[in-house]
Structure formats: structure tokens, C-alpha cells
Write a protein that binds this ligand. Structure first.
Ligand SMILES: Cc1cc2nc3c(=O)[nH]c(=O)nc-3n(C[C@H](O)[C@H](O)[C@H](O)COP(=O)(O)OP(=O)(O)OC[C@H]3O[C@@H](n4cnc5c(N)ncnc54)[C@H](O)[C@@H]3O)c2cc1C
Length: 531
């Protein structure tokens, strides 16, 4: 069932609603909502999921996502997270691809990639994707030893929003309750590992208190870290005494265009590097990553490169994009988008032809093409999330303070990654399709941006001296609490990170199912998406 805490009682009603369940989940976003559905469906758990937002977030920013501190330049804080049923999956690109094992080597991961990949087929089924390989073995150009070509998978726009995938199931569920407009403002976890109590509040004052033996915090990377810090404050700093890295090593991917690509054969280039269409509206996107055995891995951070463009503000492409984004959010397209589409009907007809004939997304002819690099930021203990001593949100909860800076090593890494990409490009058949005109990427000229891929601030580790949670996502200091967000990934790797966190979610559900006397014993989450 899905309830709205704001609809309970009269505004200002301070009577507390109380509930007890097996597992309480904080956050009904990309990771929390599927986890709630699967825990109920596959592990037979009574689950209560507390979500800060309502059915949809209408605007592009949210007042509860305010931060304090010097790093307001970190755009992901305001623009990289959404509060509603489905969370950030209502807006994300949904590019899904596992990291390479080489990205994990020597980076402090307490897990090997092959401990997560058994869950890959279930993750793909969940998002309505096929099970084809991630290597782009059909590329008509040979790349040389430094890079490999890989193809990420993207679900259809409707399937990108997890609220569309499990919302109906949850509305009918008798084991799972999702509470909207229920922002968690306080949490306690018994020191003996026995249980948790979580307090949530609606904007007009209604409150809900849930107690359970187990808690999963799936509130997004920044907010999960903030809630863990709040829990730490409530237990006199014991979590940070146990795991001194709580809040530390906050990193993101950094990205920027590193070259202008001057097309020599634009159509042929578009057919190689353009987004590919798969079955049922799914798509694939080509990227160049460092080869697993490449010596370049000693010179440049894990990264991926792709050919793209700054999305135009007007035109047929913008209309198409706006239309599909509305489908993802679950809204009708704005009249402006429909008008723009009608004005650019000839381009849309050409794009439809490209889709049918070449199974490729037609790039708008007027836009300049660029090579982008998205690189792992060096893990730096000084980049951190902490709790503000002076500023609080509307519920009186301290704002998160974000200290996030780029180091010279990050610029050097980008520069080296760009040089390696240029060598690969000019030494391969790609050079016949477009000229690679390198741009300066040094600190003096370039302005790399974060990429909405926050990691590291509640990192997994082999033990509490180097990690906040263990390989099963349990807080070392409070094992009844699990953290489920990209903040548990010790490093950002050379690919978009959310699939890795989603695989961790499926592994977590399977572990809960195995611990359940009446639940399915094996492969529960792996079979989950078969339904
Ligand atoms: C524009 C954009 C494009 C992206 N594209 C990609 C991509 O292509 N590939 C990729 O891998 N990643 C991508 N990402 C990143 C990806 O979206 C995130 O990694 C992912 O959505 C995080 O999922 P989550 O469940 O941790 O957080 P969310 O989906 O943000 O869910 C967290 C939920 O917790 C709720 N919450 C927060 N605090 C509280 C509280 N105190 N009480 C109750 N509820 C709370 C929030 O309201 C929210 O609904 C993109 C992000 C953006 C913004």
C-alpha cells in the first residue's frame, strides 16, 4: 500500500502514528523502492518505506536538498537528486553498465566483481533489458591496446522510473507500506544490535514512528551519509569512533569535453558513435574505457569517453528529448515541447527513418560534436560531508556541509586521459571519420563538472579502520543498519555507478531472503525480475 502521511489527521495534528515491521527502508528512490518491493515479494518481509517526497517532484530543485558549506559549486547537491516516489530515477539517464574488475583492483573494494555479476540478469530483467554482452565486439574500427569499446544499456524512458516498475505492485502489496511525505528526522539504533526506531514527519506536522529489527538507509549518497552522521550524533559519536572515515572520501566523476570532433563523414561517424536502439525502446550507448591490461591504467584514472554534443535548446531533438523525459517523469509533455516538435516535423521524420534503417539516434546536424571524458576523481580524505553546526532545514535537522574540491591530480588525470584518447583516435579508423582537435584541460582554462555520481562517503571496507560498512552493507558500529547508496562504493570506477549499487541491492535482498525461515532460500533476488 502507498499512503501519504500529509493526508493523515488534520494539519498540525501532533498525534504520533506508530508502526512495527521487519525492515524499515528510508527512501523510495532508484534503490530503495525496488528493494522495498523485492524484500516483500521475495523475502516475505513486512517492510515500511519512508519517503520524504510526494508522488512526483514538479520542480527541478527541492528546498530539502539545500546544503551548507563552501562547495555550493557541487551541482549534484541541488540538481542531482529528486524527492518523490521513484526518487532520482524520475530524471536520470539510466545508463547501466557494470564496472570492469580492473577498476576495483587496488582500490579498497572488499568484494570482487564476480560476487555481484550473478545478479546482473535480474537487474536487466527488472529494467526490461536484454542480456546481451557489454563489449562492443561489432565495432567496425580496431582501437589499439589502450582502450576497449563497451556498450552501456538504457531502459525505455518509461522503464527508467522505478515508480513505474513497482508502483502498482506496492499499491496492492499487503506486506509493504510506502509512506509519502514522510521525511526521516530522527533515528536510534540500539547499541546491542537489537533494533532501530525511526521518526518521520510530514510538512504540516503529522508524525510517524516505526520500529524494526533492521533498517536500510537508501536515501541517496549525500542524504544517506547525512542520516548516518545523525545516527552517529545520537549515539555520542560511536559510529565515527569505530569508522573514522564516515563522511570522508566524498568523490564524484568529473567530466568535460576534451576535444572538438570535426566530422569528415558525419553520417558514418553518427552510425558508429550514436546511441543505438534496442528492443522495446531500450537504447545502448558506446563508450571507450581503459583496457583491463593496458599499461595506461598506471597513468590515468579509470574513465570513459564518448562522442556527444551540448543538447540544443530548441529544435526537433530538443522536442523529442522533452517528450520522452515527460514519459519518464509521468507527466503530459508541456505545450512548448509539442509546438517545437510540430515546427521541426521534417527533422523528426528523418530521425524516425534513422531509427528504422540504422537503429541509431540521429544527431542534430547543426550541433558541434565533442569527445567527453568522465573520469574517476582521486579519493581524498579531505573531501567530506559533515553536519552543519549553524544551519538547519525546516524540520530542525542540521544541513549537510559539503567540502568538495578538485586536486591538481584530478586535472593531471584528465589531461593524461585526453592524451590517451587522442592517441587511440588518431591511430584508429576513427581518424577517417572525424578530426580530433584537442582542447586544453588544465586548471587555468577548463571547468570540469561533477557528474551526479557521488561515491565514497560511507565506503565499504574490509574492516572499520578503512570502511564504514562491511561487504554486506552493514554499519560496523551498528550491524542492524545497512546503507544502500552509491556512497558505499569505495571508488567511482570507469563507468556510471548506479548499476553497481543496484547489484548490491539485489545481493542485500537475497541475504535477507536467506535469513528468513519461510522465505526462498537461494536466488531470490536473482529470480525477482522474472515476474
Ligand atoms: C540527471 C541525472 C542523470 C543521471 N544519469 C545516470 C546514469 O545514466 N547512470 C547512472 O549510473 N547514474 C546516473 N545518475 C545517478 C543516479 O540517478 C543515482 O546514482 C541514483 O538515482 C541514486 O539512487 P538512490 O536510490 O541512491 O537515490 P534517489 O533515487 O535519489 O532516492 C533517494 C530517495 O530518498 C529520499 N530521501 C532522502 N532523504 C530522506 C529522508 N530524510 N527521509 C525520507 N526519505 C528521504 C529522497 O526523497 C529520494 O526519493 C544520474 C543522476 C542525475 C541527476
Amino acid at each position: 500500500m502507498i499512503e501519504d502521511l500529509a493526508d493523515r489527521g488534520q494539519p498540525g495534528d501532533t498525534r504520533d502514528i506508530t508502526r512495527h515491521c521487519d525492515v524499515v527502508v528510508i527512501g523510495a528512490g532508484t534503490l530503495g523502492l525496488p528493494t522495498t518491493a523485492l524484500l516483500a515479494r521475495e523475502a516475505g518481509k513486512r517492510v515500511i518505506c519512508l519517503e520524504s517526497g510526494g508522488e512526483q517532484q514538479q520542480s527541478e530543485t527541492h528546498p530539502l536538498n539545500a546544503i551548507d558549506g563552501a562547495s555550493r559549486g557541487y551541482r549534484g547537491a541541488a540538481h542531482g537528486r529528486f524527492r518523490c516516489l521513484g526518487g532520482t530515477s524520475s530524471r536520470w539517464g539510466a545508463t547501466l553498465i557494470p564496472f570492469q574488475q580492473a577498476d576495483l583492483e587496488g582500490a579498497g573494494w572488499p568484494l570482487r566483481l564476480n560476487e555481484l555479476t550473478p545478479h546482473l540478469p535480474a537487474a536487466e530483467r527488472f529494467f526490461g533489458l536484454d542480456h546481451s554482452a557489454y563489449d562492443a565486439s561489432d565495432l567496425p574500427v580496431a582501437l589499439g591496446p589502450t582502450h576497449v569499446a563497451r556498450l552501456a544499456k538504457m531502459p525505455s524512458f518509461r522503464h527508467r522510473n522505478v515508480a513505474h516498475l513497482v508502483g502498482d505492485e506496492l499499491r496492492q502489496s499487503r506486506r509493504a507500506e510506502v509512506w509519502l511525505n514522510a521525511t526521516v528526522i530522527g533515528l536510534d539504533a540500539d547499541a546491542g544490535g537489537a533494533g532501530v526506531q525511526v521518526r518521520a514527519r510530514a510538512p504540516e506536522g503529522q508524525t510517524l514512528t516505526v520500529s524494526a529489527p533492521r533498517l536500510i538507509i537508501a536515501a541517496g549518497a549525500i542524504e544517506t551519509t547525512r542520516l548516518a552522521l545523525l545516527l552517529d550524533r545520537g549515539c555520542d559519536g560511536e559510529i565515527r569512533r569505530t569508522s573514522p572515515d564516515l563522511g570522508r572520501f566524498f568523490t564524484d566523476h568529473i567530466s568535460l569535453p576534451v576535444a572538438d570532433i570535426e566530422p569528415l563523414n558525419r553520417a558514418a561517424l553518427n552510425r558508429i558513435v550514436g546511441y543505438r536502439f534496442g528492443a522495446s525502446g531500450s537504447m545502448r550507448n558506446l563508450r571507450f574505457e581503459l583496457a583491463p591490461q593496458s599499461a595506461a591504467r598506471r597513468e590515468a584514472p579509470p574513465n570513459f569517453a564518448y562522442v556527444g554534443f551540448e543538447p540544443p535548446r530548441t529544435g526537433g531533438f530538443e522536442a523529442l528529448h522533452g517528450l520522452f523525459k515527460s514519459v519518464q517523469i509521468g507527466q503530459l509533455p508541456p505545450a512548448r515541447v509539442v509546438g517545437e516538435g510540430l515546427r521541426h516535423l521534417p527533422w523528426l521524420i528523418r530521425a524516425a527513418w534513422w531509427r528504422l534503417a540504422y537503429k541509431r539516434l540521429l544527431y542534430p546536424s547543426e550541433v558541434p560534436l565533442q569527445a567527453y571524458i568522465v573520469a574517476e576523481q582521486r579519493a581524498d580524505r579531505g573531501n567530506r560531508i559533515s553536519l552543519s553546526e549553524t544551519r538547519r532545514d525546516q524540520y530542525g535537522v542540521p544541513l549537510p556541509v559539503l567540502d568538495w574540491r578538485l586536486a591538481d591530480a584530478d586535472y593531471d588525470g584528465l589531461e593524461r586521459a585526453a592524451a590517451l584518447l587522442e592517441e587511440t583516435w588518431t591511430g584508429s579508423g576513427l581518424a577517417r571519420l572525424g578530426r580530433f582537435r584537442r582542447r586544453p584541460v588544465g586548471r587555468a582554462t577548463a571547468r570540469p563538472a561533477d557528474n551526479y555520481h557521488p561515491t565514497g562517503s560511507t565506503r565499504m571496507g574490509r574492516d572499520a579502520s578503512c570502511g564504514v560498512v562491511d561487504r554486506d552493507l552493514r554499519l560496523f558500529a551498528r550491524p542492524q543498519v545497512q546503507l544502500l547508496a552509491t556512497s558505499v562504493l569505495p571508488t567511482g570506477g570507469g563507468a556510471n555507478p548506479t548499476l553497481m549499487a543496484f547489484l548490491l541491492a539485489l545481493r542485500c535482498v537475497e541475504q535477507h531472503a536467506q535469513a528468513q525461515p519461510h522465505g526462498r532460500k537461494t536466488g531470490a533476488a536473482r529470480s525477482a525480475a522474472a515476474r
